[in-house]
Design a protein. Structure first.
Length: 274
């Protein structure tokens, strides 16, 4: 396996779970996500073609059909992922004309561990770092860390997402490793970094869920947790580490550690309202 844009497309087609109804048609993957008490229509497109309007109308018909089939009362909207190789080349402008707004840009990054030569020495921090189990991730201090630093609505939504991640990993046989950085004086969790060791994609690990409390940033915590995860993967003899990263935040840091950009994606959102 070689880490290419096509790798991400194939991985997206393979991934599924009981919370997702998937339609794969030609070069488009449509996902209807149905976590408890939260409905969202998500469209992942790898579009190549010229008749965009007909294609778009067909997408809406498919979505409407599934929304009615599942009796979804509050579909939140559509997320449309635009990649450099998508056609027509003005697809971003066409989406904006239909009411979409650009919400973020993402890097798809990866490293080949067998050829990785970066110095991954771990800094001696003034924080305690512990590997914690799945149930610990559902306790109030860590839930609050997630709530205050990610775009979650409330504590119940954080717990719901955490439970969903755990359940999906168990069903696929994947192992989730969670690292938490605590303050030494009062054992307050101030950072989290996750690592998913994939069994469904042998030899691959995925970085996930890295977050640092805004009051404790720029102290080397993120870099240290990153190095710990890389060392863990090398020790396990894994081949690749992959990660989705925001271009304005974690992306530049990961590049300093020799993560290579495999693909870029601009995310556009059409909000249906509540």
């Amino acid at each position: 396996m070689v880490l290419t844009p096509e790798f991400w497309i194939e991985r997206s087609k393979e991934e599924t779970d009981e919370y997702t109804e998937k339609i794969i048609k030609d070069n488009v993957t449509i996902r209807i996500q149905l976590p408890e008490n939260s409905y969202q229509v998500v469209e992942n497109s790898f579009y190549k073609g010229n008749d965009f309007n007909s294609y778009y109308d067909e997408i809406l018909k498919l979505l409407d059909k599934k929304v009615n089939e599942f009796a979804i009362k509050q579909p939140r909207g559509i997320l449309w992922f635009v990649r450099p190789i998508d056609e027509p080349k003005n697809i971003s402008s066409l989406l904006i004309e239909k009411g979409f707004t650009k919400t973020r840009s993402e890097y798809k990054l990866g490293i080949d561990l067998q050829a990785y030569e970066h110095n991954i020495s771990i800094t001696d921090l003034d924080f305690d770092i512990e590997e914690v189990g799945e149930e610990k991730m559902l306790e109030a201090p860590i839930i609050n860390l997630m709530l205050n630093n990610f775009n979650f609505v409330n504590i119940e939504q954080v717990k719901q997402i955490q439970r969903m991640v755990i359940e999906i990993a168990r069903k696929k046989g994947n192992k989730i490793v969670n690292y938490i950085a605590y303050t030494k004086e009062d054992h307050k969790p101030v950072a989290h970094a996750g690592l998913i060791i994939r069994k469904d994609i042998p030899g691959v690990a995925e970085l996930s869920g890295a977050v640092t409390d805004e009051n404790y940033r720029h102290k080397g915590i993120y870099s240290t947790l990153l190095c710990m995860r890389i060392k863990r993967c090398k020790k396990l003899g894994l081949k690749y580490i992959v990660v989705n990263a925001d271009q304005s935040t974690s992306g530049p840091i990961l590049q300093k550690f020799d993560f290579n950009i495999i693909d870029t994606v601009d995310v556009y959102n059409l909000d249906f309202g509540k």
